[in-house]
Ligand binder design. Structure first.
Ligand code: NAI
Ligand code: MG
Length: 359
């Protein structure tokens, strides 16, 4: 029996998490769900965005499916993002974001008026995994003001330990994926940095990651400066396999990557530690469409698939991905993909196709 925490959070999190939980239920695996609270609404009601009961209950689970939380764009006394805190509390040191081509044309699917959001298409042949360090870099949030507020300073922390363990995870995943074939090796890890300018911090990240490469002689390794990485990733995303990056670069590259493969409504991520996995869609709480039943559930359904893969249920995880790909190809599609279906229509169809794939 797997105990899985469901943390819907705010906005469309309350719509897409129940949708993905239904897909999980339909797998027939022995799952036990525990629903927990966190987020802006929880903060407004209780004064705490991450109540101690939630943290306590999470310690009794294997894994969690997180929706999204709303964060105010101004500073609110006592509020801090629960997802950032959870990554720290549960030591979820790796953020994995698979970017896989979706069967969507790159042209808009409907004659949407110019004022509406663009419908993202998808590049073909993309299958890459961004492995982002999730605990340090600029995200240690050591900021201060000087000079009467006219000078702002942020501290950036890179350690050998965190760099080695994220690199080790990247190489191990490349070995497992068996994707790129380069010079007689299987699997390619691209180490991203900016060590030509930040020779101490990025220099340490680079040195630690390249040292780990020696433990994986069968996997190819290359390095790429982050700015040229952004350029090449857009030009030829198909050439990449596993991309290992410090926190901030990984965050930015993986959002850019989402735009290459169908947009925010489709892309999941997993926050992984040695003994816990917390999965989530990449998107936020989307207050502009919350409560209307039109949110695309696919990113969260895919996140549920990542969760199962991390629990070792690879066959079921693959079946979920096949069902998703099949629904993306023929519809129904939600509005963000140019369609007119609701969250419920898409969820029901994913479940139906998942069952059809049963042998
Ligand atoms: P967002 O991702 O919530 O929305 C951006 C745009 O994409 C909106 O137009 C939204 O309608 C659309 N969109 C997002 N997910 C969608 C889905 N599943 N189906 C259809 N359309 C979708 O980002 P935004 O607007 O910058 O932030 C809104 C709130 O979410 C803020 O309070 C922000 O702090 C929070 N947020 C939370 C995150 C998290 O919990 N991990 C991540 C990003 C933002
Ligand atoms: Mg981000």
């Amino acid at each position: 029996m797997y105990t899985i925490a469901l943390i819907p959070g705010d906005g469309i999190g309350k719509e897409v998490v129940p949708a993905a939980a239904r897909v999980l239920e339909a797998t027939g695996l022995p799952l036990h769900f525990v629903e927990l609270e966190a987020g802006w609404e929880t903060f407004q009601r209780t004064g705490n965005a991450l109540p101690p009961e939630t943290v306590e209950a999470l310690r009794g689970c294997h894994s969690a499916l997180f929706g999204a939380v709303s964060s105010p764009s101004h500073r609110v006394h006592g509020y801090s993002s629960p997802i950032v805190a959870l990554r720290k509390i549960l030591d979820l040191y790796a953020n994995l974001r698979p970017l896989i081509s979706a069967p969507l044309s790159s042209a808009p699917l409907s004659s949407a008026p110019l004022s509406s959001a663009p419908v993202p298409g998808s590049r073909t042949g993309v299958d890459m995994l961004v492995v982002r360090e999730n605990t340090e870099c600029l995200y240690v949030k050591q900021e201060r003001l000087e000079d009467g507020g006219d000078r702002a300073i942020a501290e950036r922390v890179i350690t050998r330990r965190a760099s080695e363990r994220i690199a080790r995870m990247g190489f191990a995943l490349a070995q497992k994926r068996q994707k790129a074939k380069v010079e007689g090796k299987t699997g390619l890890v691209t180490v991203v940095h900016k060590a030509n300018v930040l020779s101490l911090t990025d220099g340490l990240f680079r040195e630690a990651a390249l040292a780990v490469a020696g433990e994986f002689p069968g996997v190819a390794v290359e390095e790429q400066l982050v700015d040229s990485m952004a350029y090449r990733m857009i030009l030829e995303p198909q050439r990449y396999d596993v991309v290992v990056a410090p926190n901030l670069y990984g965050d930015i590259l993986s959002d850019a990557g989402a735009a290459l493969v169908g947009g925010l409504g489709l892309v999941p991520s997993a926050n992984v530690g040695d003994s816990f996995v917390l999965v989530e869609p990449v998107h936020g709480s989307a207050p502009d469409i919350a409560g209307q039943g039109v949110a695309n559930p696919i990113a969260t359904i895919r996140a549920a698939g990542l969760l199962l893969a991390h629990l070792g249920e690879n066959g079921t995880a693959q079946r979920i991905e096949h069902a998703v790909q099949s629904v993306l190809a023929d519809g129904p599609r939600t509005k963000d993909l140019g369609g007119s279906a609701g969250t419920e229509d898409v969820t029901r169809e994913v479940i139906r196709r998942f069952r059809d794939l049963e042998i």
